[in-house]
Design a protein around this ligand. Structure first.
Ligand SMILES: [Zn+2]
Length: 89
């Protein structure tokens, strides 16, 4: 039998336990389109080259953290209630 435990308080929970809930978080960049400077408009290839150099040198994990991350947690009923009351702690 698969057993779970609450990721918040450690309470033991069964796979089909009515007291087990799943919490998902998604964190993603809110920024929309990029505003180009006058210099970038005059020389878009140079601006694109600079962006490509930055991407090539960047840490892939850090880039992912800055654009999109998702998390999934199992929680018990008591912790579900606490998270609903104060989702950001
Ligand atoms: Zn709990």
């Amino acid at each position: 039998m698969i057993r779970y435990e609450c990721d918040r308080c450690g309470e033991s929970l069964g796979a089909n336990d009515a007291r087990r809930f799943i919490v998902k978080f998604e964190i993603f960049a809110a920024a929309g389109h990029v505003e180009l400077s006058d210099d970038a408009r005059d020389d878009p290839q140079s601006e694109l080259d600079a962006v490509m150099r930055q991407l090539a040198e960047a840490d892939p994990d850090e880039m992912e953290d800055q654009t999109y991350r998702s998390f999934r947690f199992d929680v018990c009923d008591d912790c579900r209630k606490k998270l609903i009351a104060h989702p950001l702690g």
